[in-house]
Ligand binder design. Structure first.
Ligand SMILES: *[C@@H]1O[C@H](CO)[C@@H](O)[C@H](O)[C@H]1NC(C)=O
Ligand SMILES: *[C@@H]1O[C@H](CO)[C@@H](O)[C@H](O)[C@H]1NC(C)=O
Ligand SMILES: *[C@@H]1O[C@H](CO)[C@@H](O)[C@H](O)[C@H]1NC(C)=O
Ligand SMILES: *[C@@H]1O[C@H](CO)[C@@H](O)[C@H](O)[C@H]1NC(C)=O
Length: 431
């Protein structure tokens, strides 16, 4: 008994004394073009995404199969880089809700997480519940009113997970939202409890404008990022536990007909989300991955499985449209503004042409610290981060607020020239 307790104490102590954290999410949807070890040098943690939360609610535990074997993942990084398993992600809330429900379900969830991590050989766990208390992808189908208890049960679930992980020396982190509306479970009462449990917190200081907005703003500006960090510090997180988040993608939104968007803030948009909470096909994201900069291949064939788009050699048959998320279909989400014109029918403008134009002509908003562009003819507002702004975030936010590290979503989304990743590498060197 005595030796077990000592082992636990040792594990906790070593986790506490750490150099600056430099973390990359590695997502299962982007793995075609990967960086070499010079580009990944310095990264301290890589978090593979995602294991579905529902796997951990059953007895026996469901099986998670990582999208790449962990030895291959490790080979891409410095020796000793920690490899963590992320659970959840956008749209995955049911398993967390069930897992958090009561003492029995929490203990089972925690035990299952530990079992999986041990079996697969991960070093750490990241909980990406978007979001405890509501406002997730399902917020119209499962309203926030049915999730009030999660504000109380979320720290209890984290505590159970941490308890079973600690004795094995595994770290526990969480990903938290940047939009004030979504910080439902991060109240001044709850944050101090959460702060005590987790090793560190990935603040997703991006997507600050989303399809639930009806006027434009930056999605990851200096000002917007700082506001989110300040909100969490004022609610009780220790600054050194916080990591500042970076996005390796642009976001775009269709502005309202007739609107003249000469300023990045406050320009009216079209309706971007319908009454059921579904995408109207008028907003989206474009990553900095190589395929989004390359010409459409000339040897496309009809898709056998409804996959299509940049990075593949498939077009959509039967005059279907290829959506921005690389699926064939005929819904507005496939055929609307984000659709990929080289790979199928499009009812809207070509998003790729507008993307190139935005990157070539982007403007810097000095007041708010964000890069933006308004493409007048297709009425598209673009918002993104440049390597220059990334460098400023290190001095004006990370250093200024005494944060413990940085992270980005996600590794291979920057494959065009790795310039955002290299900007992070340079910034971390200076910490
Ligand atoms: C690693 O990749 C970078 C960026 O693509 C490139 O400039 C560099 O030459 C590569 N280094 C090695 C050793 O291959
Ligand atoms: C605990 O919650 C689970 C659902 O997550 C439910 O199936 C179970 O009946 C609950 N147990 C108790 C004792 O309330
Ligand atoms: C725009 O959104 C705000 C708050 O998000 C809301 O109060 C307002 O009614 C909306 N305006 C329109 C025209 O939908
Ligand atoms: C299309 O051409 C590329 C090289 O340009 C090649 O790598 C790819 O395999 C070809 N795809 C098909 C389906 O023939």
């Amino acid at each position: 008994m005595r030796s077990i307790i000592l082992a636990c104490l040792a594990a906790t102590a070593s986790a506490a004394s750490q150099k600056a954290r430099y973390i990359l999410y590695f997502d299962q949807w982007h793995k075609t073009v990967l960086p070499n070890n010079t580009v990944t040098a310095g990264i301290t943690h890589v978090i593979t995404a995602f294991a579905n939360s529902a796997l951990f609610t059953t007895d026996p535990v469901g099986e998670y199969v990582p999208f790449m074997d962990l030895a291959s993942v490790r080979a891409m990084f410095d020796p000793g880089t920690k490899v963590c398993m992320a659970i959840g992600g956008w749209g995955d809330t049911d398993g967390f809700s069930a897992g958090a429900a009561n003492d029995t379900s929490r203990k089972l969830f925690a035990k299952n997480v530990a079992k999986t991590v041990k079996k697969l050989g991960y070093d750490c766990v990241d909980v990406d519940w978007e979001f405890p208390g509501g406002n997730g992808e399902d917020y119209k189908r499962n309203p926030n009113s049915g999730k009030v208890s999660e504000i109380e049960t979320y720290p209890l679930l984290l505590s159970e997970i941490k308890k079973v992980l600690t004795c094995h020396g595994y770290e526990l982190s969480i990903a938290v939202p940047a939009r004030g509306d979504d910080m439902i479970a991060y109240t001044t009462e709850q944050v101090p409890k959460i702060n005590k449990i987790v090793d560190y917190v990935n603040v997703m200081t991006y997507d600050i404008m989303n399809r639930r907005d009806n006027v434009t703003k930056h999605h990851t500006s200096l000002k917007g990022s700082l506001e989110a960090i300040d909100a969490y510090i004022s609610r009780g997180f220790t600054p050194s536990k916080l990591n500042l988040g970076f996005a390796f993608y642009t976001k775009w939104f269709t502005t309202a007909p007739g609107a003249q968007c000469d300023e990045p803030i406050g320009c009216p948009t079209e309706v971007l989300e319908d009454a059921n909470g579904a995408d109207t096909g008028k907003a989206g994201a474009m990553t900095f991955e190589a395929a989004n900069f390359a010409p459409v291949p000339t040897n496309l064939t009809d898709s056998p499985d409804a996959s299509c788009g940049a990075g593949s050699y498939y077009r959509c048959p039967n005059s279907a449209c290829c959506s921005q998320s690389n699926w064939c279909g005929t819904e507005p989400a496939h055929c609307g503004t984000g659709c990929q014109s080289g790979y199928g029918r499009c009812d809207g403008p070509s998003i790729k042409d507008s993307f190139s134009e935005a990157l070539a002509n982007g403007k810097f908003d000095i007041v708010n610290g964000g890069q933006w562009y308004w493409d007048a003819e297709p009425r598209i507002f673009w918002t993104w981060d440049t390597p220059q702004i990334i460098a400023r975030k290190f001095t004006e936010i990370v250093a200024q607020k005494g944060l413990g590290g940085v992270f980005a979503w996600s590794l291979a989304q920057d494959s065009y020239d790795w310039s955002h990743l290299l900007a992070l590498q340079a910034g971390v060197k200076g910490m």
